[in-house]
Design a protein around this ligand. Structure first.
Ligand SMILES: NC(=O)c1ccc[n+]([C@@H]2O[C@H](COP(=O)([O-])OP(=O)(O)OC[C@H]3O[C@@H](n4cnc5c(N)ncnc54)[C@H](OP(=O)(O)O)[C@@H]3O)[C@@H](O)[C@H]2O)c1
Length: 352
């Protein structure tokens, strides 16, 4: 088969004659239809990936064959979701075929296009995983739902990111009010995904003032999608006097912890949902397996898939369907590297 492989760091090439991944027990073989790009893909290609591994996490496709013990999925099912790309020769999605445990693959709702379905990968699953982080920090957001219905109480810093748009849509379904940061050109989009109020992040002091005013004294929960000192400073200072819980997708700067001790901060890393220990940063100790994250994910996939699941009730990211198939992916990775992608998902049809 053909696959987009990390040939050297910073150099990804499409290689022919790669072995089709072998089915293991409990897995399905998926003929990939479309793939979507995430920042993690270029970060793996340039920085933390393993040579000779297949890049890519998000996919949609059709089940081609099933392994021993598979009971929920069958040949011909349309599926989508996330695989752990950039670390293993046989696991990435930027390829004609991939294998995935059936527990981790979501059945695509009928009527959904394969291009839209490909967006329910890293962004969607990470947005859902925020609930896991909150449980770990000690307080479920749902327990404070009635309080949060009073005003705009949950901050999404980076409302127009892929994770941000899915988070806003999920919050709306939970009945939780949200306030998001974005550029003015993204305001309408972010509102259409569920934000009650949107604030321009470019002037951080003005943004903090506006958040404090609109929420009547600060938020009680939040998600930091962007990271870095300035954005953490904004997120932490957006909280009210009593503090609360801030989930983040990136490294937590020491200053953010010191600034507001009453704001608990926890980082999530989606890859822990696969349930094994792995080397995340080259040369550093392996991250341990987190069985609770895997158990959560298996239950989540069941709730998310199919005609009545969360995939069907949660809007796809806006799709920018690009030309070029697997060969076009380098161009898309470059746009992401240069922060030139705003409020949309770059999607490629895998030509076969
Ligand atoms: N830990 C994990 O498991 C995990 C999972 C998923 C993603 N991530 C990481 O989370 C980050 C976001 O990923 P993504 O795929 O959701 O991003 P994305 O869709 O590629 O993000 C693009 C958006 O970033 C927004 N943006 C840039 N700077 C901003 C700022 N200072 N404040 C608010 N918004 C800003 C832009 O908004 P405007 O155009 O409106 O300015 C643009 O729409 C990446 O660093 C990614 O690697 C981590």
């Amino acid at each position: 088969m053909r696959a987009f492989v990390i040939e050297q760091l910073k150099k990804g090439t499409v290689q022919s004659g790669r072995a089709v991944p072998k089915l293991e027990s409990g897995e399905v073989l998926v003929k990939v239809s479309h793939v979507a790009l995430n920042p993690t893909d270029w970060k793996h290609l340039d920085l933390v990936g393993n040579l000779d591994s297949t890049l890519g996490c998000d996919y949609s496709g059709t089940v081609e064959s099933v392994g021993e013990g598979v009971s929920r999925l069958k040949v011909g099912d349309k599926v989508c979701g996330v695989v752990h790309g950039g670390k293993f020769p046989q696991r990435g999605s930027f390829a004609e075929y991939l294998t995935i445990k059936e527990d981790f693959a979501m059945v695509v709702p009928s009527g959904m296009s394969e291009a839209d379905a490909a967006t329910y990968g890293v962004g969607f699953c990470t947005a859902a995983m925020v609930r896991r982080a909150e449980a770990r920090m000690g307080e479920s957001l749902l327990a404070r739902r009635s309080e949060m219905q009073l005003t705009h109480q949950f901050l999404v810093s980076g409302g127009s990111t892929s994770v941000g748009l899915f988070t806003l849509s999920l919050l709306r379904q939970l009945g939780i009010n949200s306030i998001a940061t974005a550029s003015p050109h993204s305001f309408d989009l972010v509102k259409s995904y569920g934000a009650d109020h949107v604030v321009d992040y470019h002037d951080k002091e003005a943004a903090i003032k506006e958040i404090q005013k609109v929420t009547g004294g600060g938020v009680v929960g939040g998600l930091e999608c962007i990271g870095g000192d300035d954005n953490f400073n904004l997120s932490v200072r957006a909280f009210g006097e009593e503090g609360g819980q801030l989930t983040t997708l990136t490294l937590i700067p020491d200053d953010a912890i010191k600034l507001r001790r009453e704001v608990k901060i926890d980082r999530i890393l989606l890859y822990t949902v696969f349930g094994y220990s792995f080397e995340f940063l080259p040369g550093k100790p392996h991250l341990p397996a987190i069985p609770e994250d895997k158990a959560w994910f298996i239950e989540f996939v069941k709730r998310a898939q199919g005609d009545s699941g969360l995939v069907s009730t949660t809007k796809a990211n806006p799709v920018d369907l690009r030309q070029g198939g697997l060969e076009g992916i380098n161009e898309g990775l470059d746009l992401l590297r240069q922060n030139k992608v705003s409020g949309k998902k770059l999607v490629y049809k895998v030509e076969q």
